[in-house]
Design a protein around this ligand. Structure first.
Ligand SMILES: Nc1ncnc2c1ncn2[C@@H]1O[C@H](COP(=O)(O)OP(=O)(O)OP(=O)(O)O)[C@@H](O)[C@H]1O
Ligand SMILES: [Mg+2]
Length: 301
């Protein structure tokens, strides 16, 4: 099995971890030679929470910051990231030569009847993909499916940074922990939070590395409501209880979804001939992506 080195990730967030991002950046200097790529996994076992949207914007944000980026699609059922990459390749071939490209990995998924053998084959395939991408990239960004499976669990254990997008509601929050509806106290961590905890242990045992877990709110409404504030308070208390940091997320904006079929993100708009002009919402959305990269500590500015 490929050994993943200890890398550049910050330490595990302790239970009393601050919910603010630390001020120092933890990314590499663009183009610098480092011992290995920083692995960012985007995960949440709730479907439709914005994982793939966050993944493609992180990839574009890192590319535009001058980094070399590899990517792996572990959602082998939907293959959203893979389809985005095909669209992007097509846009480039159609003449958008300035379009920055990440290096995608192709995984061949095991068809072995034995679950144990299939899991072992799939892990080996992921390890081989990481080793390949590691040779030529500063970052490896991994998208995962919206449901639990062994491949996704293993992917989580490879993370230096785990980003969990969360729709801004108590329905999604329930995926992190059961919450007392009257007091908003955490009753118990969810299966997903326990799975992340297990993968933190697996990672520490395998190579002594640690996973920096960051939760970001997604599809925030433009109006502050009592519900928004209640969700914010509940996430803050959860962060301390189950050990993650909170990063500013994305607002609900059409631009976060409308360029998918072109294989583009709003960060590609200026460099892309096939995209339209920037409006105020695009500028604000761009700023949200940059803020996320900064909050996670992946880029300095
Ligand atoms: N901030 C946002 N503003 C507007 N639309 C969004 C935003 N985030 C996500 N969406 C839209 O929500 C839908 C679900 O998002 P996405 O596919 O990224 O979620 P996912 O977590 O990857 O889903 P799955 O679990 O099925 O893989 C998509 O149509 C996407 O375009
Ligand atoms: Mg997805």
């Amino acid at each position: 099995m490929t050994q993943i080195g200890s890398g550049h990730a910050p330490g595990d967030a302790p239970s009393d971890a601050p919910s603010e991002a630390p001020s120092e950046a933890r990314g590499h200097a663009p183009g610098s030679v480092t011992d290995r790529a920083h692995i960012v996994v985007v995960g949440n076992e709730k479907g439709g929470s914005g994982k793939s949207t966050t993944t493609v914007h992180l990839i574009a944000g890192l590319l535009h910051a001058g980094f070399r980026v590899g990517c792996i699609d572990l959602d082998v059922g939907q293959e959203t990231l893979s389809r985005f990459m095909e669209n992007r390749r097509r846009a480039r071939e159609a003449g958008d030569t300035a379009l920055k490209m990440p290096e995608p990995a192709t995984l061949s998924i095991s068809t072995d009847d034995s679950i144990a053998a299939a899991n072992a084959d799939n892990q080996a395939a992921v390890d081989a993909a990481v080793a390949r991408l590691n040779a030529t990239n500063d970052f490896i960004v991994i998208d995962t499916p919206g449901s639990a499976n062994a491949l996704s669990r293993y992917g989580h254990s490879l993370a230096d940074t785990l980003i969990t997008p969360l729709n801004d509601s108590f329905v999604d929050l329930d995926l992190l922990a059961a919450i007392n509806p009257d007091t908003l106290d955490v009753v118990r961590p969810s299966r997903y939070a326990e799975m992340v905890w297990e993968q933190k242990k697996a990672r520490a045992i395998r190579d002594g590395g640690s996973i920096d877990w960051v939760v970001m709110r997604n599809r925030l409404g433009s109006l502050e409501s009592r519900n928004n504030r209640a969700v914010e308070a509940a996430i803050g208390s959860l962060a301390r209880r189950i050990g993650f940091r909170i990063a500013q997320g994305f607002r609900e904006r059409v631009i976060f979804r409308e360029l998918f079929l072109k294989g583009l993100t709003l960060l590609d708009l200026k460099s892309s001939r096939s995209a339209g002009r920037l409006n105020m919402s695009h500028v604000a959305a761009r700023q949200e992506v940059r803020m996320l990269l900064r909050a996670i500590g992946l880029v300095e500015n």
